[in-house]
Write a protein of this length. Sequence first.
Lengths: 305, 88
Amino acid sequence: MTPTSQVKILLKKCRNGRIKEKLKNNTSLYLLLAPATILLILFAYVPMYGLLMAFKDYSPALGVSGSPWVGFKWFIQYFNSYQFWPTILNTLKIAVYSIVFGFTLPIALALICNQIRVQAFKKFFQVTTYLPHFISTMVMCGMILLFLSPSNGLVANFLGIFNLKMPDVIGNPNAFASLYVWSDVWQHVGWNSIIYLAALSAIDPTYYEAATMDGASRLQQMIKIDLPLLVPTMMIMLILAVGQLLNIGFEKVLLLQNPLNLSGSEIVSTYVYKVGLKSFQYSYSTAINLFQTVINLVILVTSAN
Amino acid sequence: MKITHKSRRPKSLQEKIFDVLVYGMAVLLILLIIYPLWFVIIASFSNPQDVATGAVWFWPKSWSLEGYKTLFAQPLIWRSYFNTRIAS
């Protein structure tokens, strides 16, 4: 035996021993960790086995392991399909649009709410802004269609008083991103501002006292004290939001889709749904979804660093 | 959070403008959020024709429970609520 291999064996023994020792010393801690780990493996990692479908010509009769391998066939088919660029661009457009407004407006709302000095009014303001969050997506889409209907919707009736014609927001592919993002902002802005309000209420009051002594106005206090102290919270929320970047609310897009605005509203996940679950091309839809997940992961990792 | 300067000194003009802006925006936002919700409620109690022609604005017009009658006449509604509760 050469000396190096002996060292290796020794090292191995040492390491194994350490692991056993660690297990022995911290049994209760590892037991606490076990349920979460098992759940994660069962429900997150085991289903990933299905991703193999993206590289196979899957047929339900043969099963995942029995289907023949086809390499990157499905990916290439997606890259060459006429739906590739429209779906990717629509997804990115809606995602970036909703991050820009869905991320900044809750901060603005929290800053405004924080400046309200009458406590009863502040409570009322908070409760009313939270309310729409509890409307289900299905009902929300029904409301959007009712209010914005170009013929007899609420907004159309209101504009009709001034003899203005309601533009067709629902059937216009260029307006879809705005429709989606602004209705989402309306629904969730209050709820998303809760965490910022919590961060604001944790700010040490002595900062404000000192600033008032120095003659800072409340607007200056807002910009020079509130905003900088919100930055850590903002960073966390931004990373969380970027992680969900391409996971746009699938049901809502599907419910608001119609043949007229399809060119502006077909996103990757609705396309996957149509291809996979409606026309049964399981492998193709798995490949598309895997591609989207990989992009999402790349964006998340680059933004987190 | 309370700021300790109880208005011992009179509010400056700048501060007054700031207050007006803050409360103005708050009221505007409340209206923007409350009105659609309120409209859904009053529309549910109004005559369907009046809702479609835009006669309903702030208060239910020609009070009717027609919508609820149709809703509860559906035999599936109770089954659906039951399933929803099971699922959640």
